[in-house]
Ligand binder design. Structure first.
Ligand code: NAD
Ligand code: UGA
Length: 469
């Protein structure tokens, strides 16, 4: 059997590496139109940072795992084609700012239809609006060459930073297909791939629309938990309750559960916002404005949390940060990834820059080039890759410097903002940090990683999310 995956990104790369690792008899080829990305997958420096990924890739690459730009050849030869291209939020036209932009998906589907000479199972790995399979089926069969395409929805639930662990030991694998004999046969073929390492009870089979919608629903529910706890954090600050204690207290109720209740500066990442906006748009299109408004509120609370954080910084620092150096610790949207897509750090930095602060940014996994690009990009443009777009200018901002050491970022700063929960920020020598800063020295902990009381003993003024001052 030969598998080809279109899209060598955060999902395509790790998922295919794990399939190749677990299924040595299957040839897996990951293809992409972005040559630099493919070159990086074939090099010592993989294009994404993900714990455990290097090991898996090194064990299979060149044996049964390949990365190539020869998209058409490998698609033509494959029995199963996964499509894992980006599905960003539309920036223009009908549904701009909400609807999913399926341009990349559609062009992949047209190419599959054009180059195929044998029957294929086409798997939606990307997150797509419910009912996309119907449109894709129409595209696949447009040139009526007598080839059978069976379309499956197999959404991915991995989280970045833990992708390999999630793929090795998934809570579930979801496969949706047509309820016809051919559809069921296609489900069985894909199920057999996962059955190499996932137990039967964890492979859920549904109809196409349930699988497509379950992915949007899962992300909406996860993000909703964070907005719920973040909304509580504002009330905690107003009342003297401590959000960590509240999270613990409610999380011990087995119906609520303890996970995903960490208050923060706001959720980020490439998918939560995009997928909820997509869900909102689908609800609106289906004449369900109340449902749309319910989910829209999850995004509004997230935006409120980021704004609230910036306002807190400015108001604490005597109502102005103009000309003041602020150290930004962490830029990635969560720890253990170098990914900055929709990171709350972008909004917080832009907010502070708007008040004329001078920022010194440090993140162990994010380059200066990436940060500069992120801070000069318009909302939603980030997921329309540069190589697929007319070139956009990257502006150098004199208010921003990017350094490779936390202590250097902090030296002579008036305040520190912790925006990613990297473990190393817990272990800094805060006495040394205090001595190197302007006084009064402020810490704004957007991830609740520091021991605020210990820092206060040193002399810092500390603001944590959802905790008494
Ligand atoms: P990504 O941007 O990292 O990767 C997508 C890749 O597809 C890019 O390298 C791009 O060059 C390539 N591509 C686009 N059009 C192409 C075409 N026509 N032919 C060949 N290659 C093409 O995106 P990602 O983070 O891997 O996400 C992919 C999909 O998976 C999205 O729909 C996303 O919502 C979903 N998803 C992402 C995650 C995650 O953690 N990042 C988790 C679950 C699901
Ligand atoms: C999320 C989901 O967890 C995955 O199941 C899903 O496959 C993926 O989106 C996707 O569709 O892209 P990811 O965005 O990689 O994964 O990372 P998460 O661990 O979910 O974190 C998302 C954001 O929420 C981060 O900014 C994180 O810091 C924040 N978060 C998370 C909190 O603020 N509090 C929490 O308690 C948990």
């Amino acid at each position: 059997m030969k598998i080809c995956c279109i899209g060598a990104g955060y999902v395509g790369g790790p998922t295919m590496a794990v399939i190749a690792f677990k299924c040595p008899e299957i040839e897996v080829v990951v293809v992409d139109i972005a040559a630099p990305r493919i070159n990086a997958w074939n090099s010592e420096q993989l294009p994404i940072y993900e714990p455990g990924l290097d090991d898996v890739v090194k064990q299979c690459r060149g044996k049964n795992l390949f990365f190539s730009t020869d998209v058409e050849k490998h698609v033509a030869e494959a029995d199963i084609v996964f499509v894992s291209v980006n599905t960003p939020t539309k920036t223009q036209g009908l549904g701009a700012g909400k609807a999913a932009d399926l341009t990349y998906w559609e062009s992949a589907a047209r190419m599959i239809a054009d180059v195929s000479k044998s029957d294929k199972i086409v798997v939606e790995k990307s997150t797509v609006p419910v009912k996309t399979a119907e449109a894709i089926e129409r595209i696949l069969t447009h040139n009526r060459k007598g080839i059978n395409f069976n379309i499956l929805s197999n959404p991915e639930f991995l989280a970045e930073g833990t992708a390999i662990a999630d793929l090795f030991n998934p809570d579930r694998v979801l496969i949706g297909g047509r309820e016809t004999p051919e559809g069921q046969k296609a489900i069985k073929t894909l199920k057999d791939v996962y059955a190499h390492w996932v137990s039967d009870d964890r492979i859920l089979c549904t109809n196409l629309w349930s699988a497509e919608l379950s992915k949007l629903a899962a992300n909406a529910f996860l993000a909703q938990r964070i907005s719920s706890v973040n909304a509580m954090s504002a009330l905690c600050e107003a009342t003297g309750a401590d959000v960590s204690q509240v999270s613990h207290a409610i999380g011990t109720d087995s119906r609520i559960g303890p996970k995903f209740l960490n208050a923060s500066v706001g959720f980020g990442g490439s998918c939560f916002q995009k997928d909820i906006l997509n869900l909102v748009y689908i609800c609106e299109c289906n004449g369900l404005p109340e449902v749309a408004n319910y989910w829209k509120q999850v995004i509004k609370v997230n935006d409120y949390q980021k704004t609230r954080f910036v306002n807190r910084i400015v108001s604490s620092m005597f109502n102005t940060v103009s000309g003041k150096k602020i150290a930004i610790l962490g830029f990635a949207f969560k720890k253990d990834t170098g990914d900055t897509r929709e990171t709350p750090a972008i909004d917080v930095c832009k907010g502070l820059l708007g008040d004329k602060a001078k920022l010194s940014i440090y993140d162990p996994q994010v380059t200066e080039e990436q940060i500069t690009r992120d801070l000069s990009m318009k909302k939603f443009d980030w997921d329309h890759p540069a190589h697929l777009q007319p070139s956009s200018p990257v502006t150098n901002n004199k208010q921003v410097s990017v350094v490779w050491d936390a202590y250097e970022a902090i030296k002579d700063a008036h305040g520190i903002c912790i925006l990613t929960e990297w473990d190393e920020f817990k272990k800094l020598d805060y006495q040394k940090v205090y001595e190197s800063m302007q006084k009064p020295a402020f810490v704004f902990d957007g991830r609740n990683v520091v021991d605020a009381n210990k820092l206060r003993e040193i002399g810092f003024i500390v603001y944590s999310i959802g905790k008494p001052l």
